[in-house]
Ligand binder design. Structure first.
Ligand code: BGC
Length: 357
C-alpha cells in the first residue's frame, strides 16, 4: 500500500498545513528499529542537561559510506567520540535522495541509519537524526514540503521504539524560499506527523536564515512540550569561513583573518548568546547550539581556531546550552579528527571537551 502525501502548490504558497490528517498512517516497510533500551519519556530540559558536555556532527550525508562507497568514516569513529568525552552526535541525513516513488524510504537506507543509531546506543551517546536537505528546500519549497513530510512519516514510524537518546531534527538551517511564513506554517504539521508515532520524543527545531539567532523571535513553535530549540553559530563569519568556496566570492578570497580572543571578541559572543538566553527564558524552551566551527583549509592559525572554539563552547556551557561542533572529519576543513593521521586535532579537541565533570 502506498502513502498518498501530496500537497497543492496553493497550500505551500499560503503556508497552509503541510499535509491533511487523511494522509495518516505511515507504512514503513522495514521492521522498526528495535533498541536495546526501551523508550522512556525525558523532558527536553533533562535531555539538554544530559548532552551538555559537548557533541559533534558526524557521518553526514556527504560521506560515500551512505551509498557503500569508499569512505574515511569507520564504525569505530562513533565509539571514539564517546571515549574522547563527547556525549552527543548529530547526524546530517540526506534522506530525500533515498525516497522512492511511493514516498517510502529505501529499506537499505533505513538499515544504514539503524547501524549508526545502534552504534550510538552501544556507546551511550545521544543522537540527533538531522534532516539536512536544506539546500534543496531553499530552492524548491513545493518539492521539499512533500519530501519532508514523507521522510518524517518514515523515520518517525521506523524509530518509534528507539530509546530516548534518539532525537529528531526536522530540517537543518531553513533558508531561501523557506521563509518565516512557510516554516512556521509547516511546523504544526511536521510535529503532528512525528507525534502520530512518537508522542513524547524530543524534537529539535530552529529558526530560518540558517538557524540564525536573529530569527529566533519570529520562530513560532507549536504548543508541544517536547521541543528543543536550536541555533547555529559561525560568527565572525569572515573568520570561521575564510576561504570557503560555498560562502560567496567575498568570503572565498579572505585569508589570514585572525581571532585572538581579546575582550571585545569574547564579549561579542556573550552578547549574542545572551539574546538566546532571553529568548529561551521568555519562551520556556531549552537550547541546543547544533553547529559551530571554523574552516581550516585556508586558516593557518590553529591557535585562533582553538581559542574561538573554546570561547564558544564555554559561553554555551555557561548558559546551559547543549552543543555540537561542526565537524568530526572533513579533511582539512572543520574536522576535529584527522582520519589520515588517525589522531585527534588536539587543540580543537581540548577546546571542545569540558574538563572535570
Ligand atoms: C553545511 C556544511 C557546511 C557547514 C558550515 C553545514 O550546515 O551542511 O556544508 O560546511 O554548515 O558552513
Amino acid at each position: 500500500m502506498s502513502i498518498v502525501r501530496s500537497l497543492t502548490l496553493a497550500a505551500v504558497l499560503l503556508a497552509l498545513p503541510l499535509v491533511t490528517h487523511a494522509q495518516a498512517q505511515s507504512q514503513a516497510q522495514t521492521a522498526p528499529y528495535a533498541g536495546k533500551t526501551a523508550y522512556s519519556e525525558i523532558s527536553p530540559e533533562a535531555q539538554v542537561a544530559r548532552m551538555s558536555r559537548g557533541g559533534v556532527n558526524i557521518i553526514g550525508g556527504y560521506e560515500p559510506w551512505w551509498n557503500d562507497g569508499p569512505s574515511k568514516f569507520s564504525p569505530q569513529d562513533i565509539a571514539r567520540t564517546k571515549a574522547a568525552g563527547f556525549t552527543l552526535i548529530r547526524v546530517p541525513l540526506f534522506a530525500f535522495q533515498h525516497l522512492r516513488k511511493d514516498g517510502t524510504l529505501d529499506p537499505a537506507y533505513l538499515k544504514k541509519i539503524d547501524t549508526i543509531v545502534s552504534l550510538a546506543e552501544d556507546s551511550g551517546l545521544d543522537i540527533i537524526l538531522d534532516e539536512h536537505d536544506f539546500e534543496i528546500c531553499a530552492k524548491d519549497v513545493d518539492g521539499c514540503s512533500t519530501s519532508l513530510a514523507n521522510v518524517w512519516y518514515e523515520l518517525s514510524a521506523h524509530f518509534r521504539n528507539a530509546p530516548n537518546s534518539v532525537m529528531f531534527e526536522l530540517l537543518n538551517e531553513p533558508n531561501g524560499n523557506v521563509d518565516d511564513a512557510i516554516w512556521n506554517g509547516w511546523l504544526p504539521d511536521l510535529v503532528s506527523i512525528v507525534r502520530e508515532t512518537n508522542p513524547t520524543r524530543n524534537i529539535v527545531i530552529g529558526p530560518t536564515m540558517w538557524n540564525s539567532i536573529d530569527k529566533l523571535p519570529t520562530l513560532k513553535l507549536p504548543d508541544d512540550r517536547h521541543i528543543i530549540a536550536t541555533f547555529h553559530y559561525y560568527s565572525p563569519f569572515q573568520f570561521t569561513h575564510q576561504g570557503a568556496s560555498w560562502a560567496g566570492a567575498d568570503i572565498q578570497k579572505l585569508r589570514d583573518v585572525r581571532w585572538k580572543g581579546d575582550k571585545a571578541e569574547v564579549d561579542a559572543i556573550a552578547a549574542d548568546f545572551d539574546k538566546v538566553v532571553a529568548w529561551s527564558k521568555a519562551n520556556n524552551r531549552p537550547v541546543l547550539l547544533g553547529e559551530y566551527g571554523s574552516y581550516g583549509q585556508y586558516n593557518p592559525n590553529m591557535d585562533d581556531r582553538a581559542k574561538w572554539t573554546a570561547a564558544v563552547s564555554k559561553a554555551a556551557d555557561a548558559r546551559g546550552f547543549a552543543r555540537a561542533y561542526w565537524y568530526f572529519e572533513d579533511g582539512n576543513g572543520f574536522g576535529v579528527w584527522d582520519a589520515d593521521k588517525k589522531q585527534w586535532r588536539k587543540p580543537l579537541l581540548d577546546a571542545l571537551i569540558t574538563k572535570g565533570q
